[in-house]
Design a binder for this molecule. Structure first.
Ligand SMILES: [Zn+2]
Length: 188
């Protein structure tokens, strides 16, 4: 496992040399904002740099598609923690063009699971337990629709603060251009 060794080896020098010092910040986001965006590698740095955000400015939640897939899942919980406990006063949901999750179809991924050792019976068991794996592994039609839907899920969440604006943006992974989909100030 040489990747892990490389990581740990680097880390030892990183700490020893004091390289961590330039990343020192607090737990509360300076810009009082929480951003939900996709885990796409092209956006790891671009999603914040394109908005002029630096280390310490925001709470940043990243997952496949930048989705709120369940009202009581970990993404929604993280948003609520950011708002109630860490001083985030605005929420931004940012999708992106050419999203790998958006294009996801359940069939090929379930086949891949089977090829790598998951028994087809597991799919049946999940179905009988009320888990619609096909829906769970389905992407979205358009990123604009997906962003609007996710903004709605946060806005309408029964545990959400009603006067916290929830904005919707779409970013291009090619040049970082951001388009406004939902202006949260108009809905709060
Ligand atoms: Zn994506």
């Amino acid at each position: 496992m040489s990747l892990l060794n490389d990581l740990l080896e680097f880390n030892e020098k990183f700490v020893e040399s004091g390289a961590y010092k330039k990343f020192t910040t607090t737990k509360s986001p300076d810009k009082k904002m929480v951003l939900v965006s996709c885990m796409d590698t092209r956006l790891t740095e671009l999603s914040t740099k394109a908005l002029g955000l630096k280390n310490g400015d925001i709470k940043h939640i990243q997952n496949a598609g930048g989705m709120i897939s369940h009202p009581y899942g970990s993404t929604m919980r993280s948003i609520l923690v950011a708002v109630y406990m860490l001083g985030a006063d605005e929420v931004v949901i940012m999708g992106h063009h050419d999203c790998g999750f958006g294009a996801l179809e359940p069939g090929p991924m379930m086949k891949e699971m089977e090829d790598r050792g998951v028994s087809p019976e597991v799919f049946h068991t999940l179905k009988h337990s009320g888990i619609d794996i096909e829906e769970w592994l389905s992407g979205f039609d358009t990123v604009e629709e997906s962003v609007s839907e996710n903004v709605g899920k946060v806005r309408q969440h029964p545990l959400m603060v009603s006067d916290v604006p929830v904005h919707g943006l779409v970013i291009s992974p090619d040049d970082g251009k951001v388009d406004l989909i939902v202006d949260g100030y108009k809905n709060s």
